[in-house]
Design a binder for this molecule. Structure first.
Ligand code: MGD
Ligand code: F3S
Length: 874
């Protein structure tokens, strides 16, 4: 039966409900929400003074009213040990989303841990250890003692290179500046761990090395630029489904021609032609469909290139723009270097690119015109060039990224209104760590080293390689073998005999075993192989800071308790460090033990002040109190000063650069370098009001756009053009795979599903729709292989095999499929081979395989619709 939320009545939010600032902890966009909480035995009324909206709810509300909420935004959670009602609803005053929710964010409440309403009962509540042949609950002290003793023994005997680490580097759920600092300080300061990788890739590296090497940070514009652009050149991204409210609230109005006032106001005296958009993507996405419906097909150009050929396309566009003289010469002369060399090296004709990319020369020329041909009034065209995983996880990442930035630099589209060459991003950012210089470049290919038998101890923080790595089939086979060796050894000694236990584990490691520790919020697939599991808190269960895709930093205030004895990752890292110090001292190595000092944090705010506040650019201006006072609009990083104060209330808008000079503090008290005031986690939910009044009306002054002064992130301030010569499918094994197999197994995200479905797997709304990952296929290909809608198919190649549910898609080209990535009931990574680029960036998108039917549609598929996903405008 189709999914229904079994709720017929919801309580009214009372006027005195507590209100907390919340940044949606899912995608990069970081929409503003408010969490309202109030005691379980109370509810509001319809009279204006009885409800939080201040309106008469007995009367019919207007269509666009904010005075309501749906069941997905409601739950009952614990706050300071007591049951409370909670509603998490979008904030109309947040400049990011203006009150919009997404199908993911609008479910934050129902995705919370609730004993009263049985949601997310999968959450980890207690530390677990492998004991007597199964995972058993234990105390923090017991679990951390075991982890510390094994880890300390190994790093003393074999060196720190024997400790392997997988750790997220993001903001949002489970991440944030607090937690990345916690793990960073442990592994990069107390230790110098080199064999470390990030949550979505097998090494510790930037996904966008090239743009950084060119002096152009990848998040250089602001969301308003999408409203001011004449043209958006969108590469390898599907923003309707993956950056939903950025697309809906900032792109669509421009595509509809609705922001002319803003344009008139900010770009006076310029011609404002109808906005146009180019999509570069081998498949037709719903974003393309939506853009056509809203802007009219004449303003949308889809370059459906052959998979992995973006580089050739960009070089041809670059060459054409140069030949036509549509470059921004003054900008090139003043702010860049290496232009002439790049023009020479990257030369490619429209015809050559057409043959490689499989799109017409006329369409490539049209794209070049839309990007750079001066407007009728002779003014340069403002073009924004966003990109995401179709490029980042695509063929020849480094050069392709460089080739796109070359176009942006040549046309002067960085640091200017309506411009920006930016990654669209995935999750929010929250990176704050000591230097990682010792990791080296290229960084170690950690997953391959693990497959090759290296590493003795593996600490896994919020990553699930079993679902989200490449070469996943082989990884799982070897990882299970190696961790089973240790499990068997542990089962052979009494758990309480700690010395014997550590000895048995070390002996198993010497025979090729691996001791694995998993820190997570839920039981993961890789966690099934681990020996110790530590329960973490997530966003809302702790105070958490992060920044979004326009560098907008906010504080999500703690609004509920974590489940059981779960705690913030930064405090887990601190406790692990405390235990390492104790164990090393017991082992008689005082000098080594001393390296683990400095983790005396009691709260996540302590970690924030130790990390971000002291170490990040502009961090000295940023405190929890000030962030609280700035609400859901926050400020755009980097901070350059503070203004206002009790005497200067309301003097500026959140997040916009003002006339203040870097470093200035205007009208407020001097910067407090002091540590945070909230004493313990339990009290955090009550502390907000006090902190806000301490901060008065001070505002952190931010930076709306990077490089607005034409100075880039290089020693001489000049951005660097790069050589980016086309060399075919670059990653080892890709061309051979393509030659051998019938289908492109393109892969990526879907609107309803968040990442590897780690929370969604326990949410009926999502699992009812996608019991198995879909694979979009051309109906004629399906007919030829005897496959019907909903049938289970096997996808296979030399790297491995997986399964999916066939979804007929008339717009899919023959021989080209698209499979939902990272899904628990069919892992696409099983068929991605081990090939990466030279800097160990994975190439997930270019994958080929064969497909055969396994079975007719199973029972839990029978009720599903297989209608095309496209919509038509009214
Ligand atoms: P993907 O679906 O991975 O998402 O956001 P996106 O990058 O927008 O890939 C985008 C497109 O790349 C696909 O349409 C695919 O057809 C195309 N592509 C494949 N091969 C090529 C190629 O050779 N060239 C080009 N130009 N394009 C190609 C990812 C982003 O989404 C990320 S990184 C994260 S972490 C977040 N995850 C996420 C989620 O899990 N669910 C939802 N709903 N939203 C999310 N937002 C974020
Ligand atoms: Fe959340 Fe907004 Fe993204 S609601 S999932 S941040 S589009």
């Amino acid at each position: 039966m189709a999914f229904k939320r079994q709720i017929d009545r919801l309580p009214i939010i009372p006027a005195d409900a507590k209100q907390h600032n919340v940044t949606c902890h899912y995608c990069i966009v970081g929409c503003g929400y408010h969490a309202y909480t109030w005691p379980i035995n109370k509810q509001g009324g319809t009279a204006p003074d009885k409800n939080v909206f201040g309106v008469d709810l007995a009367a019919q509300q207007p269509a666009e009213t904010d005075a309501w909420y749906p069941p997905s935004m409601y739950n009952v959670v614990k706050q300071n040990g007591q049951d409370v009602h909670i509603v998490i609803k979008p904030d109309h005053d947040c400049v990011v989303n203006s009150g919009l929710g997404s199908v993911r964010g609008a479910r934050m409440a129902e995705m919370s841990y609730s004993e009263a309403r049985n949601t997310q009962q999968q959450r980890l509540t207690d530390p677990l250890v492998w004991r007597y042949g199964q995972m058993q609950p234990t105390s923090w002290d017991d679990a951390l003692d075991l982890v510390a003793r094994v880890t300390a023994t190994i790093i003393k005997d074999k060196g720190e290179d024997a400790l392997f680490v997988s750790a997220y580097d993001h903001g949002g759920a489970g991440g944030g500046y607090e937690n990345t600092w916690g793990t960073g300080k442990l592994y990069f300061e107390a230790m110098k761990v080199k064999n470390i990788r990030i949550h979505n890739r097998p090494a510790y590296n930037s996904e966008v090395h090239a743009t950084r090497d060119m002096g152009v940070g990848e998040l250089n514009n602001c969301y308003e630029d999408a409203e001011l652009a004449d043209t958006i050149f969108c590469v390898g991204a599907n923003p309707l489904e993956t950056q939903t409210n950025y697309f809906l609230n900032h792109w669509i109005p421009n595509l509809r021609g609705m922001t002319s006032d803003k344009k008139e106001e900010q770009l006076p005296g310029e011609e404002h032609p109808p906005a146009r958009i180019v999509f570069v993507d081998p498949r037709r996405t719903v974003s393309i469909n939506a853009a056509e419906a809203e802007a009219g097909p004449e303003n949308v150009l889809h370059l459906a290139i052959n998979s992995g050929t973006d580089l050739a396309l960009f070089n041809a566009i670059f060459t054409h723009i140069v030949e036509k003289g549509w470059v921004d010469k003054a900008f090139i002369d003043a702010s860049t270097k290496g232009f002439d060399e790049a023009v020479k090296a990257n030369r490619m004709t429209l015809q050559e690119a057409s043959e490689i990319c499989g799109v017409s020369a006329a369409d490539i020329e049209k794209a070049a015109q839309w990007i750079a041909e001066p407007k009728a009034d002779g003014k340069r065209r403002r073009t924004m060039l966003p990109y995401e995983k179709g490029l980042i996880w695509g063929n020849d990442n480094y050069r392709t990224n460089a080739a796109l930035v070359n176009i942006a630099l040549a046309t002067g589209n960085i640091g200017r209104p309506g411009g920006g060459c930016v990654r669209l991003g995935g999750h929010q950012e929250g990176y704050s760590r000591p230097s990682d210089a010792h990791v080296g470049k290229p960084a170690a290919y950690v997953d391959q080293l693990l497959i090759g038998g290296q590493g003795a101890v593996h600490h896994v923080w919020g990553c699930d390689h079993y679902k989200t790595t490449l070469n996943a089939h082989e990884f799982k086979r070897v990882y299970k073998q190696r961790t089973d060796l240790v499990k068997d050894a542990m089962s052979a000694v009494p758990y309480g005999d700690r010395d014997a236990m550590v000895k048995a584990i070390v002996e198993a490691i010497d025979k090729g075993g691996l001791f694995a520790v998993n820190v997570d919020i839920i039981p993961t697939k890789i966690g099934q192989a681990c020996h110790v599991i530590l329960p973490a808190a997530t966003s809302g269960e702790m105070n958490l800071t992060s920044m979004n895709g326009e560098r907008r930093m906010r504080l999500t205030e703690r609004y509920m308790d974590p489940p059981g004895r779960a705690m913030p990752d930064c405090l887990i890292a601190a406790r692990l460090a405390n235990n390492m110090e104790r164990v090393l001292r017991d082992m008689g190595d005082a000098a080594y033990a001393d390296k683990f000092k400095g983790f005396d944090w009691k709260t996540e705010e302590d970690a924030f002040m130790d990390g971000y506040h002291q170490h990040e650019k502009g961090g000295e201006y940023v405190t929890y109190a000030r962030l609280r006072a700035m609400g859901n609009n926050g400020f755009q990083e980097p901070a350059v000063g503070v203004e206002g104060g009790p005497a200067a209330a309301g003097s500026s808008q959140g997040g916009t650069t003002t006339g203040a000079q870097p470093g200035m503090v205007v009208g407020g008290p001097a910067i407090e370098g002091a540590r945070g005031k909230e004493p313990v986690q339990q009290a955090d939910t009550n502390a907000a009001a006090a902190s806000v009044s301490d901060a008065g009306t001070e505002r952190i002054i931010g930076t709306q756009r990077l490089y607005a002064d034409g100075k880039f992130n290089t020693p001489d301030g000049k951005a660097i053009f790069k050589d980016s010569v086309w060399r075919g499918l670059q990653a080892p094994g890709k061309q051979a795979q393509k030659d051998k197999h019938k289908f492109l197994i393109n892969n990526g995200r879907a609107n309803t599903v968040w990442q590897s479905a780690y929370l969604d797997q326990e949410n009926d709304f999502v699992m009812d729709r996608w019991p198995y990952p879909f694979i979009e296929m051309n109906p004629e290909d399906m007919a030829e292989a005897g496959i019907k809608q909903g049938d289970l198919v096997e996808v296979y190649n030399d790297a491995g095999a997986t399964q999916a549910m066939a979804y007929p898609t008339p717009t899919a080209r023959r021989g080209e499929t698209f499979m939902l990535f990272g899904y628990p009931t069919g892992v696409q990574g099983n068929v991605v081979n081990a090939g990466t680029n030279e800097l160990i960036i994975p190439n997930y998108k270019q994958t080929w395989g064969d497909i055969r039917k396994i079975s007719d549609a199973p029972r839990n598929v029978a009720h599903l619709t297989f209608k095309p996903k496209e919509y038509r405008s009214a």
